[in-house]
Design a binder for this molecule. Structure first.
Ligand code: DC
Length: 255
């Protein structure tokens, strides 16, 4: 595999990963898909911590690639320079290393920890274009499948239950009204000190919904066997309680 193979410190990453191999039944997959800003990653992190599973944020993977392409000036006006894409992807050092104390993976680009930068508006405004590129998806899906083999995981994204792990043990599909999602995201960005308006955030959320559901490769869909979680009128506690109960039942019934 190109690009993603270039980890900064492979020994650290492999070592850190193996230490958690005992966490839960190997290969038990909880897939959480859904629209942007429905709280997928918040709920996934809490579930993973409560159940002792590993949390994998696949959106972060698309974000780190986007940041790499932005830094190389390969994205302009919603289009990515395809001619240079393969070359740039293979020269990018992308790594996802397990952070022991935070109990989650963190994203690195060319040796730099970029967890904060990948959540900013510039990356958010461009990530859907990058996530629509088949070449990028192929690379990242392979990586996600590898990461899912080693322990029990909660993985969130857009295509986890449909493409990455169509045989996931438990699948959820999260949704909420656009207004609620935009408000939540707006508050998060303000807390981080970003200068944005609610209207801009709402436009970005709607635009990402459109691109995510209309792209040719692995569009966002609610698969038949996914449990729908509409968070518009739910508290975080209610979401976690409901989802954890569903997971526990399935987990206990599996060998
Ligand atoms: O979950 P997020 O907002 O961090 O995701 C960022 C973008 O990446 C979003 O526009 C959809 C895309 N994505 C995807 O296409 N497939 C995934 N498995 C995860 C995210």
């Amino acid at each position: 595999m190109r690009g993603i193979n270039h980890v900064i410190n492979p020994f650290f990453c492999i070592f850190a990963f193996e230490r958690f191999v005992d966490m839960g039944k190997k290969g038990f997959i909880v897939a959480i898909d859904g629209y942007s800003s429905t709280g997928k990653s918040t709920v996934a992190k809490l579930l993973a911590a409560q159940l002792g599973f590993i949390y994998i944020d696949t959106g972060a993977m698309y974000r780190v690639v986007t940041l790499g392409l932005l830094r190389k000036k390969l994205i302009s006006n919603g289009t990515v320079d395809n001619k240079m894409l393969s070359q740039v992807l293979s020269s990018m050092e992308i790594a996802f290393c397990y952070n022991d104390s935070k109990r989650c993976y963190e994203s690195y680009l060319n040796g730099e920890l970029v967890e904060d930068e990948i959540r900013g508006m510039n990356v958010s405004a461009n990530v859907s274009f990058v996530a629509a590129l088949p070449e990028v998806r192929k690379l990242l899906v392979e990586k996600q499948r590898e990461m899912g083999q080693e322990s029990a995981v909660v993985m969130d994204g857009r295509d986890i239950g449909s493409v990455v792990f169509p045989h996931a043990d438990v699948k959820f599909f999260m949704t909420a009204s656009v207004d609620i999602r935009a408000e939540r995201r707006y508050k998060e960005l303000l807390e981080k000190g970003e200068q944005v308006t609610l209207a801009e955030v709402k436009k970005n959320v709607e635009q990402r919904d459109y691109i995510d559901t209309h792209r040719e490769t692995s569009p966002l869909v609610q698969v038949e066997d996914a449990v729908l979680i509409d968070t518009t009128n739910m508290t975080l506690e209610e979401e976690v309680t409901k989802m954890a109960e569903i997971i526990r039942k399935k987990y206990e019934s599996r060998d």
